[in-house]
Design a protein around this ligand. Structure first.
Ligand SMILES: [Zn+2]
Ligand SMILES: [Zn+2]
Length: 133
């Protein structure tokens, strides 16, 4: 499927390319304004949605409910602490074979996947223990 991108989509795509971390739609809107690109917030959301459907943008929803957008570069795997909210990126991918199998068995085109483990980080384990009781 070949898709023609709109000008807004192109601008957002290029901005995401220059950022090395994921960003919320709200912050993306502010960044665009800083660069004198006047795109309304509603258009930012619409464009992100379209880019998502094209498989070039991925979304990650935080425990706060905030959605962070980034370009699809590689699969993301995280260890997230439920206490301090700190996320650690994991390099290894335990599910690549599964992805291949799912593509075949479900005839599903997989764009990317995310994998997130929740719990307490090293620091927070030490803090919560003695405080209980
Ligand atoms: Zn923690
Ligand atoms: Zn993976």
């Amino acid at each position: 499927m070949k898709t023609q991108r709109t000008r807004s989509q192109e601008k957002i795509f290029h901005l995401l390319k220059t950022l090395d971390s994921s960003i919320s739609a709200q912050d993306l809107y502010i960044e665009l304004r800083k660069r004198k690109q006047n795109i309304g917030l509603a258009t930012v959301y619409r464009s992100l949605d379209a880019l998502k459907l094209q498989g070039v943008v991925q979304v990650r929803t935080l425990s706060t409910g905030e959605s962070l957008y980034s370009l699809v570069q590689q699969d993301q795997h995280h260890l997230t602490c439920v206490n301090c909210g700190q996320s650690v990126l994991i390099d290894e991918c335990p599910v690549h074979d599964l992805e291949d199998r799912l593509e075949k068995s479900h005839h599903f085109k997989v764009y990317y996947h995310t994998l997130e483990f929740f719990g307490l980080c090293d620091r927070c384990q030490g803090m919560t223990g003695p405080l209980e009781g």
